[in-house]
Design a protein around this ligand. Structure first.
Ligand code: FAD
Ligand code: MLT
Ligand code: ZN
Length: 460
């Protein structure tokens, strides 16, 4: 152990610390796999007091801290590559309480999303933020990235579901924010500053999650579609006639990769685009409406084929075709774009972006998918096996700069839901003005005066 770690041990003798090489490698990276992990050690605090002690020690020693959840992040936010102390919340993973009157579930920040969802269900309610990493990602990480997912068009992002937060700031203060109140017009809502801050302003240690009524019975439909215009036409038509819970699209190439990892081929023919649609299906009228809209799609040419799940198992199978994409692409070390636009700006943006991508990446496989109902597209560029990672990233960064310019012209954002982290840092100024970034930096100086919290992430 180094002298700084000795001092940490002296200050917090019960704090669990990991220093084995395999542990440093495991906790020092996220899903980006681009940076070589090199943290100094891993701290696994078990209480708020231990988190406070770690922050005070870090200030005294000038050691950087990297808050860490499930490390499923896709922007490098949880990467520790420069001798930082990783602060993993994984031992702080309990449900602390439930209030049926307020419909609030209080959890420690290291609880996996799926455990929070299950806890909500045991009380006959739901926590509706949801996506494929649910088993590994944590509520703390979801808050720090303002995670979105597959149900945003019905329920909104993580931000909508946080009624209270306890955080330890970079100067070691414990802030208890908003206390579960529905209304609280008493000055700046600091809770919302912490949501989406990517661990640069404070370490989230506890959260009060709003719960809501369970979803209605639903049905899942998979559509085959000829092109992007058809995806948009299907979305606006189905949104008018059904209560949509989710509307997700993916391309033929995405399906090819998912099927290569297992999974059931949905149609005999190949199609350019697919959409998984989940909608409320409470009575016969809903069923009739869905069928008639689908037939309308066939007549109007936006739908080429479709399947409606005949059972829960088939619904899960159809969802796997969409939810399995990230995993199926992982071995290709994809360069991930996660862009957001107003839905009304999508058609014009898509025209330009599709041209740019096909002109600039003629040699790479590019997989499009995402949450079209939220204006959120995932454009994944796959690395050819024989191309060195550094050359691949250099080329992708050149094109991302061009894509960021297109986004700026169409009023979009370079990060919809994955955060800026390290991956999107060079493009932040295309989405946020210099004045805004200066205000963000000023806020950081107040809450993290020594710059010990996740330095180098989001901005320098
Ligand atoms: P980490 O990766 O550990 O950390 C992410 C960021 O949060 C880092 O900056 C870290 O420093 C910070 N952080 C972590 N914990 C804390 C804390 N307690 N206090 C302060 N800061 C903290 N994201 C979506 O939004 N929508 C999706 O649909 C989606 N699907 C995914 C599917 C798969 C298969 C995978 C692998 C990822 C997906 N993601 C998605 C990305 C990722 O799961 C989310 O960003 C998630 O919110 C990260 O949570 P985590 O606990 O893994 O955070
Ligand atoms: C998704 O929508 O599946 C996620 O954001 C993950 C990804 O972009 O790979
Ligand atoms: Zn996504």
């Amino acid at each position: 152990m180094d002298a700084a770690l000795d001092a940490l041990h002296d200050a917090l003798p019960d704090l669990r610390l990991l220093t084995e090489a395999s542990e440093l490698a495991h906790y020092g990276r996220d899903w980006t796999r681009r940076w070589t992990p090199a943290p100094r050690a891993i701290a696994l605090p078990a209480s708020v007091d231990e988190v406070v002690g770690i922050v005070r020690w870090a200030r005294g020693q000038g050691v950087a801290l990297v808050p860490s959840g499930g490390r499923t992040g896709l922007s490098g936010g949880a990467v520790a590559a420069h001798g930082e102390l990783v602060v993993s919340l994984e031992r702080m993973n309990k449900v602390r309480g439930f209030d049926p009157v307020d419909r609030l579930l209080t959890v420690q920040a290291g609880i996996p999303l799926q455990m929070a969802q299950e806890a909500a269900r045991t009380h006959g309610l739901q926590y509706p933020v949801d996506f494929a990493a649910r088993g590994s990602c944590t509520i703390g990480g979801n808050i720090a990235t303002n995670a979105g997912g597959i149900r945003v068009l019905r329920y909104g992002n993580t931000r909508e579901w946080i009624a209270g937060l306890t955080v330890v700031t970079g100067d070691g203060e414990v802030l208890r924010l908003n206390n579960g109140l529905v209304k609280n017009s008493s000055g700046y809502d600091l809770r919302h500053l912490l949501i989406g801050a990517e661990g640069t302003l404070g370490i989230v240690v506890e959260a009060m999650l709003k719960l809501t009524a369970p979803p209605p019975p639903t049905q899942v439909m998979l559509l085959a579609l000829p092109d992007f215009d058809a995806v948009l036409a299907a979305f606006s038509t189905l949104r008018e006639g059904l209560r949509l819970e989710a509307f997700e699209f993916f391309t033929a190439l995405a399906l090819k990769h998912v099927l290569a990892h297992g999974g059931q081929r949905p149609f005999d023919d190949d199609h350019a685009f697919y959409a998984v649609v989940e909608y409320a299906n409470e009575d016969e009228a809903d069923e009739v409406a869905a069928l008639s809209l689908f037939e309308q799609g066939l007549d109007n040419g936006w739908a080429l084929d479709g399947v409606i799940a005949a059972s829960q198992a088939q619904a899960a199978q159809l969802w796997r075709l969409r939810e399995g994409i990230t995993e199926s692409l992982a071995s290709h070390t994809p360069y991930k774009n996660d862009v957001a636009l107003r839905i009304s700006a999508l058609p014009a943006f898509l025209q330009e972006a599709e041209r740019l991508i096909s002109d600039e990446y003629p040699q790479f496989e590019v997989v499009w998918f995402g949450h079209i109902g939220d204006g959120n597209l995932h454009i994944n560029v796959l690395k050819p096996a024989d191309l060195p990672q550094a050359d691949f990233v250099r080329d992708c960064e050149r094109v991302t700069k061009l894509l960021a310019d297109v986004l700026e012209r169409h009023g979009g954002s370079i990060s919809a839901e994955h955060g800026i982290g390290l991956v999107k840092k060079p493009y932040l100024l295309g989405t946020r003005s210099a004045e805004e970034v200066a205000v963000m930096q000023g806020i950081k100086r107040v809450l993290d005066p020594d710059g010990i919290l996740n330095p180098g992430k989001l901005f320098d």
